[in-house]
Design a protein around this ligand. Sequence first.
Ligand code: 3AM
Length: 176
Amino acid sequence: MRSFVAIGMPDDVAETLWRVTRGLKAGRRVEPDAMHLTLAFLGDVAVQDLEDLNDGLEAMRVGSFEVRLLGLGTFGPGPRTLWAGVAASPELSAVQKKVLSVARAAGVIVERRRFVPHVTLARFREGEGGAVGDVLTQAGAFGLSPFRVEQVTLYASHLSPSGARYEVLAEYPLLG
Ligand code: 3AM
């Protein structure tokens, strides 16, 4: 099952993020209930590994913490995605490392990529990315009040021609 571990966005934060891309003239906006901050993309995980992963995430002892969304940026040539950035946070880095080690212990091969925490707001096909310019004029000024992260979520990602659909497989409260 194609899966990933992420922090879902609280409803009010997602609604605010949704308004950021209101004026986009091209590309696909990420719907508020699909918005997330990916901690680890796991790829296709075997069912047996998924059970071990679930056990490991349940056993994780991490407390809740605050994150603050700050700034806007893009990935890829074109660009391909527009995202909201995240203020540097030792707690966030720690939970990301913890999730990676749980995943590896469960037998999941996780790519070594630099962790650039972000919440994707829109995706662009080739030739569409120029539309991002209008939104990026607000980039410097963009920042939200911090919110408390009370849980992390294991998602399945179902791919289809119209884009990915995310399904919540399990939620893990951060109780410390
Ligand atoms: O967190 P976002 O939504 O930006 O782009 C995919 C999405 O990122 C990313 O994992 C998130 C949940 O699907 N993703 C997809 N394939 C990936 C890969 N091979 C990947 N990340 C790393 N490696």
